[in-house]
Design a binder for this molecule. Structure first.
Ligand code: CP
Length: 353
């Protein structure tokens, strides 16, 4: 055992530099978008499984409500007092589980958490349908993460309380993508405006990843298609031959998104306003790394004013030397997930005030 005092223990904890965290931006979004909770009423008591379920108006208003929660936390009453969240994560998670639980706590509710299905009747062969029947009596809302993309649909058959998809296999991760949209709307509130956008004001988005294998990217692209008028193009940077699932690209293009696939990252970066990077895809009990070839660091030719996003957890693809730069919006992205999940939970339980 080391018997010397670690020098870090003699220093006060450093305060984060506010200008690289995006903290100040929710106010800009609130000023740009008038609050209108009516589109959120359609979400009351609905399950949330796919990004396809959300309209542009609902996304904008969820982000507007999230911005209110982020800027005025002292004004939040505790509307979920007495309500119980069942947080069932059958696959590892840092951000999704903890930010959902933080969101629920901040709204005043209580939580039951399952992190291993082997501690439930599933280990004895109990069906998810039967588990769902029990959950109806024990809680008010379920968040599920499962390696099997069909598991959430099996639970839906037996549930009479809302369920939220916290990541189902390689299929979707809609609330993560909601946090991504929230980040982009804070950075560029004008994206929330309806109608046409002047060509010069449209943004260019680079996604380093594989849409057919990464659930975060799949859901994000579906949401971006709702904002297509404000997006000049989305460039998918990958060295994978078939990065899309059959029909995936066509669906996005039919919704108005301009897509291009490229493989030379540094050639694309100087034109890109938003750079989203991800390397990991969870598949079954393990993960695939698709990012060995692409790296971002402070030496990358990023456009001045651009933002870098990452769903996290990061690996070698995102150098820590970007953390202290204004390009770093990935920590604001993870932080904002708490507030956008609060907004969604409040909407599902009709508990916004
Ligand atoms: N991006 C994301 O879903 O993070 P976790 O796996 O930590 O939840």
């Amino acid at each position: 055992m080391n018997n010397k005092l670690d020098p870090q223990l003699t220093q006060p904890v450093a305060e984060p530099p506010l200008d690289t965290q995006g903290f100040e931006r929710p106010r800009d979004l609130m000023q740009e978008v008038p609050e209108d909770l009516v589109p959120l009423l359609e979400l009351v008591h609905r399950p949330v499984v796919s990004a396809r379920q959300f309209s542009r108006e609902q996304l904008v208003q969820l982000c507007r409500l999230a911005a209110r929660y982020e800027t005025q936390p002292h004004l939040i009453s505790r509307p979920l007092t007495g309500k119980i969240l069942i947080s069932a994560f059958y696959e590892p998670s840092t951000r999704t589980r903890l930010s959902f639980e933080s969101a629920w706590h901040r709204l005043g509710g209580d939580i039951m958490s399952i992190t291993d299905p082997a501690t439930t009747g599933i280990a004895k062969g109990e069906s998810l349908y039967d588990v769902a029947e029990m959950l109806n009596h024990y809680g008010d809302l379920v968040v599920l993460r499962d390696t099997d993309d069909r598991a959430i649909y099996e639970m839906l058959e037996g549930l009479r309380i809302p369920i939220v998809n916290g990541g189902n296999g390689v299929d979707e991760h809609p609330t993560k993508a909601m946090a991504d949209v929230y980040t982009m709307l804070k950075w560029r509130p004008a994206l929330a405006a309806p109608g046409s956008v002047a060509e010069a004001d449209k943004v260019r988005i680079c996604i380093i990843g594989v849409p057919g294998r990464m659930r975060t990217v799949r859901s994000l692209l579906l949401f971006l298609s709702r904002f297509a008028p404000g997006i000049a193009e989305v460039v998918i940077v990958t060295d994978v031959d078939q990065p899309f699932d059959p029909g995936q690209r066509e669906e996005l293009e039919e919704a108005g998104l301009v897509l291009r696939v490229a493989d030379d990252l540094d050639r694309e970066l100087p034109q890109m306003d938003v750079v989203y990077i991800n390397a990991i895809a969870w598949v079954g009990d393990s993960f695939e790394n698709h990012g060995a070839r692409y790296r971002l660091s402070a030496a990358s030719p990023l456009k001045p004013g651009a933002i870098v996003m990452h769903p996290l957890a990061r690996g070698d693809e995102l150098d820590r030397d970007l953390d202290g730069t204004p390009f770093n919006w990935y920590f604001a992205q993870a932080r904002g997930a708490v507030f956008v999940r609060m907004a969604l939970l409040a909407a599902l339980l009709k508990s916004f005030n």
